[in-house]
Write a protein that binds this ligand. Structure first.
Ligand code: DC
Length: 228
């Protein structure tokens, strides 16, 4: 298993999926689970900062997350929400929702079950998030904390947004990256941080291919590439 943590805008999702494909492993995007609960909260017309109501919505939500790196997919109460959870409303609501202790407990339990199931699978699993190496799987044999400067991450976000047809400026992207970094790193429950035994990989000056190579290099160094 590979635990891949770090802030937004490092290319973490693309890297995690590509590495999973290269290793014939499964893939779990834990951020998509927090996003789906945030969407459930918005759909219920609940204020994302109203903890009691958020907990009630989370308890009633049925999430199914796919682990195929080619097409992960996620459904909420039977509805395909893969596209909708990437929208700006969900991106805003997800910070307070993911800071809710009970929501984290609920999702961490689901994530551990998915990981346990995947460990019987030959290629294992690549899991991306913010707290995989620290909380979800503290025994993961390889933990990587992928990071890059805030400026580089904002520039990448702007590029992604314009490619997806969303209006975006570097200044707005930088403000958003900084807001989320601050929120995710300073929350009381499972703040985003590198595990003590994580390899910190800064890809400010690396492209996607270079980042993927570096990660596969670490997997091989640790003898985690299993075939058969
Ligand atoms: O990786 P992402 O941007 O899709 O994550 C969405 C939000 O969920 C982000 O604000 C941080 C939070 N998150 C978290 O708290 N813990 C995780 N393991 C994954 C994501």
């Amino acid at each position: 298993m590979v635990a891949l943590d770090g802030p937004a805008g490092t290319g973490k999702s693309t890297v995690a999926k590509r590495v999973a494909m290269a290793l014939d492993a499964r893939y779990l995007d834990t951020g998509s689970m927090y996003r789906a609960i945030a969407l459930a909260v918005l759909r219920a017309g609940v204020d994302p900062t109203d903890e009691d109501k958020v907990v009630a919505v989370a308890d009633g939500a049925v999430l199914v997350v796919g682990t195929d790196p080619q097409k992960p997919g996620i459904t909420l109460d039977g509805d395909d929400v893969a596209a909708e959870i990437r929208g700006p409303e969900v991106s805003l609501a997800v910070s307070p929702v993911s800071a809710t202790k009970h929501v984290r407990e609920l999702l961490v339990a689901q994530q551990r079950a998915i990981i346990a199931d995947a460990l019987d699978h030959v290629g294992g699993i690549v899991v991306e998030g913010r707290d995989i190496g620290t909380v979800v799987s503290p025994d993961a044999p390889l933990k990587v904390y992928l990071t890059a400067s805030a400026d580089a991450r904002a520039a990448r976000r702007t590029k992604q947004d314009s490619a997806a047809g969303r209006a975006s400026t570097v200044d707005a992207a930088l403000a958003d990256v900084q807001r989320r970094d601050k929120y995710d790193s300073s929350r009381a429950v499972s703040p985003m941080m590198a595990a003590d035994d994580a390899v910190v990989l800064d890809n400010t000056d690396l492209d996607l291919a270079g980042t993927i190579d570096a990660l596969i290099g670490l997997v091989e160094q640790r003898g985690l590439r299993v075939t058969g």
